[in-house]
Design a protein around this ligand. Structure first.
Ligand code: ADP
Ligand code: MG
Length: 279
């Protein structure tokens, strides 16, 4: 298997000062992310998800252990731009990610930092804005956009750097349902185009269409598997204060009534399809 990200014995501690004990946010994490895969990461607040995300693109470097992104050690200063270019990050709050007065300048910011030639930057900016359906907003100031539109511009800025992998840290948390749907559709399209996706989310429904679900708890990997395998372990999922997707709950209730719902039905759309055959 071809792993784009390899994580070996990753421990990360926040050190506040000499007197206070360091906070261990990640504790001996070992995992690989396969090229082209879609991984969802779940976990309650404080479980270490954001710290994990920032370690994946070198914004933070391990206290112990090592991470390779596209073969580059994230703690190797010489390759920090290779790491940042390979693994782009999209954060929760779009307001903190936009830096320019005009949408297209914002999207150009990343490629400019990579030293890319200006005609190529223009091509990439146009393509990235069209990928997120924001082409019409090219010359607009970001502050006039809705939260969902700003988040789409932030995604375009990452896409314009042509990353192999994008790490999304709760990108829909501040959006309304419509904005959330649009962002999820864009993430799925980017994945279809071959980008490796790591999606941190607290919406179970966003995790059901991933290839893999990882649940974090207290800085450790608590569960890791196919979504249908992870969500089948209901008691364990509930024990770390997470929910079970609605369709999985429904499937359980239907099974109690003797209807043999297949195990791989964990999303709402598939459940509706399945139930329609009883019409
Ligand atoms: P999550 O994203 O899952 O909510 P975080 O990675 O933000 O989790 O936090 C993991 C742990 O690290 C928590 O105990 C949190 O309080 C602590 N932590 C996060 N950021 C900092 C920081 N900048 N300084 C000190 N401790 C932090
Ligand atoms: Mg977080």
């Amino acid at each position: 298997m071809d792993s784009i990200i390899r994580i070996e014995n990753l421990t990360f501690e926040y050190k506040k000062g000499e007197e206070t004990e360091p906070v261990r946010a990640l504790d001996n994490v070992n995992l690989n992310i396969e090229r082209g895969s879609f991984t969802a990461i779940l976990g309650k607040n404080g479980s270490g998800k954001s710290t994990f995300a920032k370690n994946l693109n070198g914004l933070l470097v391990p206290t112990e252990g090592v991470i390779y992104v596209n073969g580059y050690d994230t703690s190797d200063d010489e390759h920090i731009w290779d790491v940042r270019q390979s693994a782009g990050m999209v954060f929760q709050n779009p307001d903190n990610q936009l830096v320019s007065a005009i949408v297209e300048d914002d999207v150009a910011f990343g490629p400019e930092n990579l030293g890319i030639e200006s005609s190529e930057i223009r091509r990439r900016v146009d393509k990235a804005l069209s990928d997120v359906n924001m082409g019409a907003f090219k010359g607009k100031p970001p502050h006039l956009l809705s939260g969902g539109q700003k988040q789409r511009v932030a995604i375009a800025g990452v896409v314009a750097m042509k990353p192999s992998c994008i790490i999304f840290d709760e990108p829909t948390a501040m959006l309304d349902p419509k904005g959330r749907n649009e962002i999820m559709n864009i993430i799925e399209e980017l994945h279809d185009e071959g980008i490796t996706v790591v999606l941190i989310t607290h919406f179970m429904e966003e995790a059901v269409h991933a290839d893999r679900v990882i649940i974090m708890h207290d800085g450790k990997v608590f569960l890791d598997g196919k979504p249908e395998e992870v969500f089948a372990q209901k008691e364990k999922v509930l024990s770390v204060n997470l929910d079970i997707p609605l369709a999985v709950e429904l499937a359980d209730k239907l099974r109690e009534k003797g209807i043999d719902v297949p195990k791989d039905i964990i999303g709402m759309e598939e459940m509706v399809e399945y139930l329609c055959q009883y019409e």
